[in-house]
Design a protein around this ligand. Structure first.
Ligand SMILES: Nc1ncnc2c1ncn2[C@@H]1O[C@H](COP(=O)(O)OP(=O)(O)OP(=O)(O)O)[C@@H](O)[C@H]1O
Length: 320
């Protein structure tokens, strides 16, 4: 097994504020690795350190076999980065932005031309290559940023909150292109997000809170190890729901007349009592979610959801 990225005991602080409190992990080649955590957890600090923009107070990083703290340039050659805030030049065309990035990385003309065609095709921006970026939508800009980050053929792509500020449909597009990169280009992709729905398809999810990693594993593994099972109870009206909310510890309302109850406080016999006769429509068991993993590890909910109304993992579907 090849570790393309290894981080050891990374620590960083801003004055008295500790942003990273001893973070260690390994990322295998070809993996999609999602760093999930609430705002202020330390995700941006970690990305900045990994892409050699910021030095940690202590710790070590090896990227593609290079000690990134001693030889940042060597490490950097292997990395493409998409930052949280837009960094493309909106006075230039899409092609000019890519051309400029290729020049900075010293790509010869022929190689540059071929690579520009390749990355524009990947993010489906060929038709707009000669348009000025100022006229692009938020999603098109983000796609161009992904294309630009790939110009110098890095092995690793870092993306800091790649979908923040985009609408639901555009977020799906971005994930479609990132999935394609992983499938077709075998790239190692590290993304940070505070949208729990967006990490369901990652190979490895690393949950970070208050500057420390609190759990790491595949989404299925994390759910199995830390998730809670719930029972969804559909009732005939709000009044019955209220009764259940008062009776079962940790119960939460759902929709108009349903309620979810954690497995440990669920009591099937109580629901068969005369009090509830004819008032319960259906009882279903719900599998653990990553939301419940976060809740059981931190005692808090990761409330800032991408789209509270959406069911599912928020990916796939839209192509362009
Ligand atoms: N330049 C800075 N000066 C002082 N404190 C900082 C600075 N940058 C980050 N912090 C603090 O360090 C902690 C980690 O911040 P960081 O930006 O790495 O978290 P994050 O998980 O990326 O959150 P967000 O998604 O909001 O950017 C936070 O408490 C933040 O307030």
């Amino acid at each position: 097994m090849t570790h393309l990225i290894s981080a050891r005991d990374l620590r960083a602080s801003y004055g008295a504020k500790v942003a990273l409190n001893g973070v260690s992990f390994d990322i295998e080649e070809g993996t999609s690795f999602a760093l999930l955590g609430p705002n202020g957890a330390g995700k941006t600090t970690l990305i900045n350190i990994l892409c050699t923009l910021q030095r940690p107070d202590s710790g070590g990083i090896v990227i593609a076999g290079h000690d990134a703290l001693r030889y940042p340039r060597r490490a950097r050659r292997n990395i493409g980065v998409v930052f949280q805030t837009s960094s493309v030049d909106d006075r230039l065309t899409a092609r000019e932005n890519l051309e400029f990035h290729g020049l900075v990385h010293g790509l010869p003309r022929r190689k540059r031309e071929a690579r520009i065609r390749q990355v524009l095709e990947l993010v489906a921006l060929e038709e707009w290559e000669d348009d000025v970026v100022r006229s692009f939508s938020g999603g098109m800009r983000r796609r161009l940023e992904i294309a630009r980050a790939l110009m110098h053929e890095p092995k690793i792509l870092f993306l800091d909150e790649p979908t923040v500020g985009l609408d639901a449909q555009t977020r799906q597009q971005i994930w479609y292109y990132l999935d394609r990169l992983r499938r077709e280009w075998s790239l190692t992709v590290l993304t940070t997000t505070h949208y729990i729905e967006e990490v369901e398809d990652a190979d490895v999810v690393c949950i970070i809170d208050h500057g420390s990693i609190i759990a790491q594993g595949s989404p299925a593994g994390l759910k199995k190890q830390h998730g809670r099972r719930w029972h969804q109870i559909d009732t005939i009206d709000r009044a019955v729901r209220q009764l259940i909310l008062e009776r079962f510890a940790g119960a939460q309302p759902l929709g108009v007349s349903s309620v979810v109850v954690p497995e440990e406080s669920f009591d099937a016999r109580a629901l068969k009592s005369p009090e509830f006769e004819g008032k319960i429509l259906e009882i279903r068991q719900r599998e653990p979610t990553l939301e419940s993993v976060f809740l059981s590890l931190t005692g808090r909910e990761l409330r800032d959801r991408a789209d509270p109304g959406r069911i599912g993992n928020g990916r796939g579907g839209e192509r362009r």
